[in-house]
Design a binder for this molecule. Structure first.
Ligand code: C2E
Ligand code: MG
Ligand code: MG
Ligand code: MG
Length: 291
């Protein structure tokens, strides 16, 4: 994959294979301890609805501050957890942490949806639905406030298992999102037949959208596709007012990205939700806005 190539490229111009293997086995060993020692945490990033001009939801993003190596990116350690058979315990912890935080926010009177990323390996382990139901029950939350994000890689796997898992999540009442849509090779015929509620359009679509007409046309097509299939479309990685303006003009209703808010710790998230300033959206009005 492109990701793996990228890692190899970094290695060949910097670290040796020995160094990388050393880091890998160390992280693999330490990840087990990190789960026990509470070195992991979950940050939360807002998802904004352009119509309601408010934060409609939060995405839970796992973080690991290694005591000696510093912050390890989730792309690195989630991948490692997958390879080391640790993804299910890691994911259970994230699900419980995020739903517990969500319950506190809801108890404070906030109307929000929480999104949690899950690995396709959790689907293959056949306990995802059970773990989701368990987390909801512990937190005392209704299922329709929880969104489960799966990446497109799900299409590469057992189609029948995927269909039954998504149906079970849907029957439970959860919202199902397809993450990083457009980054990999989705099968559109498969997409049309699956109980997916939300398409999260990959950041790659948003980059350059304000100046590249062809990219804008692609985004318009994805927004249309979502509408046709009855799915909401969320644009990821919105960093500038010009990008937001382009997305607004193209009819995209939901946005996420640094412009609207960076991921923040659980201790800060209530303040971010309550203090959201909708005038950040005004610069995106077609006439340049009034703010
Ligand atoms: P994702 O689910 O697509 O999450 C979006 C990523 O984009 C996050 O990276 C977020 O911090 C980053 N991001 C958000 N807004 C912007 C922006 O405006 N500009 C840029 N450049 N980046 C932005 P992060 O937190 O490093 O997570 C990377 C990936 O790791 C996630 O991609 C997700 O696939 C995975 N991940 C994170 N948490 C979990 C988890 O709890 N479980 C599993 N299985 N995977 C997770
Ligand atoms: Mg996601
Ligand atoms: Mg559904
Ligand atoms: Mg994504």
């Amino acid at each position: 994959t492109a990701k793996a190539d990228g890692k190899n490229a970094v290695r060949s111009c910097g670290q040796s294979i020995v160094e990388e293997t050393g880091r890998r086995s160390r992280l693999a060993r330490d990840l087990v301890l990190a789960l026990e020692r509470q070195e992991l945490r979950v940050d939360y990033q807002p998802v904004v609805g352009l119509e309601g001009r408010r934060i409609l939801g939060l995405e839970a993003l796992v973080r690991w501050d290694h005591p000696e190596l510093g912050a390890v990116s989730p792309e690195e350690f989630v991948g490692l957890a997958e390879e080391e058979g640790l993804i299910v315990p890691l994911q259970r912890w994230v699900l419980r942490t995020a739903t517990a935080e969500h319950a506190r926010l809801v108890a404070g009177g906030r109307d929000l949806r929480m999104a949690v990323n899950v690995s396709v390996l959790h689907v293959q382990a056949r306990c995802l639905v059970e773990d989701v139901a368990d987390a909801l029950e512990r937190a005392g939350l209704p299922a329709d406030r929880l969104m489960i994000e799966l990446t497109e890689s799900v299409f590469a796997d057992d189609a029948e298992l995927l269909r039954s898992t998504l149906s079970d999540l849907s029957d439970l009442g959860c919202v199902v999102a397809l993450d990083d849509f457009g980054r990999g090779a989705s099968s559109l015929t498969q997409l049309a037949g699956l109980p997916v509620d939300v398409l999260k359009m990959d950041r790659g679509f948003v980059t350059g959208i304000e100046s590249d007409g062809r990219r804008a046309a692609l985004v318009a097509a994805v927004v249309d596709l979502g509408r046709t299939l009855g799915m909401d479309v969320v644009a990821e990685g919105v960093e500038t007012p010009a990008q937001l303006a382009a997305l607004t003009a193209l009819g995209c209703d939901f946005v996420q990205g640094w412009l609207l808010g960076r991921p923040v710790a659980g201790t800060l998230v209530a303040g971010v939700v309550d203090g959201f300033d909708p005038t950040v959206l005004d610069g995106a009005a077609p006439d340049g806005g009034t703010a």
